[in-house]
Each structure stands twice: as C-alpha cells, then as structure tokens.
Design a protein around this ligand. Sequence first.
Ligand code: CA
Length: 224
Amino acid sequence: MAEKRILVVEDETRIAEILERYLRAEGFATERAGSGKRALELWRAFQPDLILLDLMLPEMSGLEVARTIRAKSDVPILMVTAKAEEVDRLLGLELGADDYITKPFSPREVVARVRAVLRRSGGGSLRPRVYRVGKVSVDMSAFEARCGEAAVALSPTQLRLLAALAKADGRVLSRHELLDQLGEPYVDARTVDAHVKNLRRRLGSCGAQIETVRGVGYRLRALP
Ligand code: CA
C-alpha cells in the first residue's frame, strides 16, 4: 500500500520537526506548512490523506483553515490545540475536525491518533464524495452538481448548501446547521433562506425538491 501523506500545519518549527520525524519513522510521508496560507496551498498540491492542524497560527487561524478545507473536502483533520477549553467550542462548531489533541502531547500519542483517524476514515481522501438524491448528484471532489447527466451551474455557496442537504440523506437541517456548512461566518439565518430560494430556482425539477419544514429548517427529498 502506498504510504499515507500527512500535512503537518504548525508554525513552531521545533514542534513541527519532531512531529515530522516521528511520522516519517512510522512510514508516513509528510509535508510541513508554517502558516494557514501555506497549508491551503499544500492541501491542494500535496493532497494529504490527513491534516494535522494547529489551531494557533499566524495570520489565518487553524479554524479558518479547517473551515475552508472542510467546505470542499472530507480529508480527515486532526486539530491540535494548546487550550483545553477551546475543545468544546471546536466540537460544538462542528467544523468537521475528526479528532483533536491537546498540547503538550507526546509524539507517540500523535502518531497513534493519526493512525486511529485514518483507520476510521477508511481511504482518507480517496473516499467517494458523491451524494445523490433523486436525479440530483453532488460531487464534492469535482466541486460540481448534476441533474442526471447535465451539469447545473451553481455558486460555491449554493453547491455547499446542496451538498449539505444531499449528505443529510432526507434529514431536516436547521438554518444554523446549514450556516455552519457554508463557510461564511458572517451571514445570518435569513441569508440561508435566500440561498435556498436561489438554489431551488437553479435546480428546477430534478426528481428532488428542497422542502421547508416550518420552524425547523430544510430537507432535500426525492420525489416519488
Ligand atoms: Ca502554533
């Protein structure tokens, strides 16, 4: 089996070096990013199977990095934080961090967590990421939506919204849950309503419809 690729995002050189040394000794291939911007570049170029992401980074925070990546990819993210009190907030935000580890940590513990997360996630970034409801399919690897064979032109926000609804598999999502998926921290719940309205128009009738569940939220349901 090809060696798994781990992207180590850490601005403290000493810690990053130790992590890389341990991970390489365990047979992983690694790349290192010292900033959020570099992390996003390497996420695209290196295509890691897992991202070890420090929360406290200069300029762009680990949270922003996670949000940006999660909007487009299901690559497992293992968050690293020096603040234990941040952990609840992180999990509460449902940023899609697959696990977290608090500093100070032993490198052995990190390697064990990396293995555990990779095991749980199956093929890592190789997982199929196409969600289907009715004739609607959303492919988040290709970042596109289709109605049957025909591509549907959607804005990135509309696409994320549709992916969240399709992934929920008929479950009702609240506006707040949908907001979390949009990766736009400053929009309010009413904006979700506007996005849904536009998305409905774009989708047209495609064997599925976005239903409003009054007082709760939205769901995407296949039409009989
Ligand atoms: Ca740091």
